[in-house]
Design a protein around this ligand. Sequence first.
Ligand code: ADP
Ligand code: TRP
Length: 333
Amino acid sequence: MRIVSGIQPSGPVHLGNYLGALRQLLELASGPDRPFCFIADLHALTTVHDGARLAARTREMAVELLALGFGADRCVLFVQSAVAELTRLAWALATVTPMPLLARGHAYKEKVDQGLTASVGLFTYPVLMAADVLAYDADLVPVGPDQLQHLELARDMATKMNLAFDPGWDPASADAARSGLVHLPAALVRENTALVPGTDGRKMSKSYGNTLDLFADDRTLERQVMHIVTDSTPVAAPKPEPHPLLELVTVLCEPDEGREHTRTWRQGGVGYGAYKRRLLERLHERFDEARRRRAALERDPALVDRVLAAGLAEARGVAAQVWARVARALGVW
Ligand code: ADP
Ligand code: TRP
């Protein structure tokens, strides 16, 4: 079973990334299959146009992922842009992808709806993402719920490619997903995982500046928590719902404690500040060990280099084989 997932280095790892995707990737990493986990710097190029910053962020992301437990013994960690076959495969996929399929893409639509000009890169973002998983014959792609559409598009593109270049492939057969020229990947979203809200109530995202960053220093983390938007509801009164503060604090607690917070929230008597302090405590309990590991890793850059180089060698090996197979069928070199 090949498991593949990626994360953009457009900002530090935040709670949404962890609860939505990284947590289940880590769970899978303790099983028999070492997942491929890559830092999607080519995707981040759709938003970050500052070379020094992107390079630094990519490196920090590697350190943060290692600190969270994505070590070489448990997964294959590498940087997306170093696998050259990927962009070739993306081009090949683009030639079988109808424009209207991509026009449905939510990142692109959002931008256009806001009256902004989207780049060609943003438009074709899902094509590169499809290549990201098809290049390694991925069977399973653990992601947060916001990426389901991208995975559906990846399956559509894989289907188009098989129909065009693999005459023997039968999309209706029982083993259709794994028997074609390219495999049809399945998204894996953790059960009961909703999108984690950010401090402003929108989806927590690096691009909205509304994150709780797992590796922020104590003061910054406290500031981020205190920034969660609240209103002037008196302490004694029931609090409005849905509310990002309630969602954030319950998602980090044991179910019993979570139910108790929901009860007091609805009943009144507890002020917003108390929930914020509890959330901050929970964040420290949960991530302080990883934070200590990160501090140690920062003192050992050679170790980070070694892990990334070993991961890259392994990923390249697989991508080269898949691309050779695809190139033969396409009639290109
Ligand atoms: P961001 O939106 O902050 O740039 P990425 O696009 O790099 O984050 O996402 C990496 C992974 O984290 C993806 O699988 C994505 O689905 C997941 N993810 C990101 N934000 C959230 C969120 N708010 N809730 C749940 N999962 C999320
Ligand atoms: N687009 C994903 C996100 O924004 C990141 C990503 C890029 C990814 N390539 C991927 C995730 C391949 C899973 C598989 O969250």
